[in-house]
Design a protein. Structure first.
Length: 220
């Protein structure tokens, strides 16, 4: 069996491995409605995801034209943690892709979602075994993306250089992270964070896929 072109393949979570948009949107809208604010469409909430829960809540209130109460973030986390997996599922083709990659390379996750919620989602969707301990969340010792520290931590732990590493994500945050860490990058255009991505920022060698099944061509 041929190995992957990359010794380390790092995935974003939301919008890349799993479609979590509906659970995130319904949780954010529940917070807005609790405080008497107008809810947003699922698509609009999806465009606010990527920089962590605190930024998502702030953006939701800003776009609703409402002041954000001090307890809003805590309420969002409580609501969202109670419905993490009501609708969230792996994208079609992801499990087959990961299964094929396991004997070929090392896999990891780098996300801005809190680590406990990340591990719960990975475990309950039978994804955790593909990554083992190689999971960086947004509330750990490393700062959140686009700071490259989490990605660099994963590379150091795996003993892999940037040129042998690729980050797969769906948002401009992921792109900036890969650029800052000097790794390869592949944009998941099927993810909800890709809407509005500035295509002019893509460099020669940057990859884009429209379905997870296309990742095999990028990685093998």
């Amino acid at each position: 069996m041929s190995r992957s072109r990359f010794r380390l393949v790092v995935f974003d979570l939301d919008g890349t491995l799993v479609d979590s948009r509906r659970d995130l949107a319904e949780s954010a809208n529940a917070v807005l409605e609790h405080y008497g604010c107008q809810p947003h469409s699922e698509e609009a909430i999806g465009r606010m995801v990527g920089d962590g829960a605190a930024t998502l809540v702030r953006r939701a209130f800003e776009h609703a034209g409402c002041p954000q109460p001090a307890e809003a973030l805590s309420l969002f986390l409580t609501i969202y943690n109670g419905r993490l997996l009501q609708c969230t599922r792996p994208y079609d083709g992801i499990i087959d892709l990961l299964t094929a990659l396991v004997p070929r390379t090392t896999l990891a996750v780098c996300t801005n979602k809190p680590l406990e919620a990340t591990r719960t989602i990975l475990a309950e969707l039978n994804l955790a075994g593909y990554f083992g301990p190689r999971v960086v969340g947004g509330d750990g010792p490393q700062p959140r993306k686009p700071d490259p520290a989490g990605l660099r931590f994963l590379m150091a732990a795996a003993g892999v250089l940037p040129d042998a590493t690729i980050l797969i994500g769906d948002s401009i945050i992921d792109w900036h992270t890969a650029v800052a860490a000097s790794t390869h990058v592949c944009m998941a255009a099927y993810g909800f964070g890709f809407e509005g991505f500035p295509h002019e920022r893509l460099r020669a060698g940057d990859q884009t896929v429209t379905h997870p099944c296309e990742l095999a061509e990028v990685l093998y």
